[in-house]
Design a binder for this molecule. Sequence first.
Ligand code: AMP
Ligand code: MN
Ligand code: MN
Ligand code: MN
Length: 291
Amino acid sequence: MQNKEPKINPTSLNYDFHSHTHFSDGLLSPEELVSRAIDKSVVILAITDHDSVSGLKSAHDYCVNNELSLQLVNGIELSASSDFSDIHIVGLGIKTESNELKKLVKEQKSKRWERAEAINFKLKKVGVDNILELIKEEQVDVITRSHFAQKLIKQGYAKDNKQVFKRFLGRKGKAKVINNWESMENCIQVIHEAGGLAVLAHPTRYAISNRKLSYLIEEFKIAGGDGLEVSYPSLNADQGGWLEVQRVKNDLLASAGSDFHYPDLKWSDLGRFRPVKNDIPHVLDKLVLSL
Ligand code: AMP
Ligand code: MN
Ligand code: MN
Ligand code: MN
């Protein structure tokens, strides 16, 4: 039987399913992020902080108290390990009261603090002192490499993000630490347990070949993954086309988002990414929205 339910047209809506607040490595508070989304005419926004759901409640309260028309989707961006690379999995439409989710978030946060100590130790060995101490002077919920990056730049150890990741924090950096994230399979399971959809974030940003990436996407699907980000800033038309082929091959839903962190990065502003093709299976079809 044909499905007669009206389909939400992803090209006609200004949505963003990937964004950060200062509860992880974004600059804005949840309230500021919500205001900016409205300024940018975004009507559906998922806040997806790294391994944290701490910003969701105040964003919701702000919308309700000010009778804002923005529709919020509860989100998270989980760091996970796979056979091919460490990856990021966006969970959309999650229930924050899920005990499994709470447990995982707690574990990931403490792994992040352990890793931060290890990064700091390595930095000290190359003569860079005091960075973690400086970070701790501010209230940090989830510690990320971006926190180190910002302080290292401020202290004059590198001129920008690119250089700081190359010199210290990236794959070949002096303070590189091997991560011990939860497996892709477990992360997907926890997102499902919390009633959400699991989406593989920014697939072309993992430093692996297209061949390995196509295996990774296949494994993601086999592990129960639901969706694939097929549009985000910095993705060129060829890469977008290639991802769409992988999405179809693996029967995944399309998702898209800016991965917004800072207002001064104009190329990754809220809602700013190539529109997704009309009439393709989209996470919008599965999320419970009150439109
Ligand atoms: P973490 O999850 O702690 O490993 O930190 C990852 C975050 O650091 C990402 O979400 C980005 O915001 C940022 N990041 C990672 N790699 C780079 C890079 N090469 N250049 C700039 N920012 C990066
Ligand atoms: Mn980030
Ligand atoms: Mn990410
Ligand atoms: Mn992100």
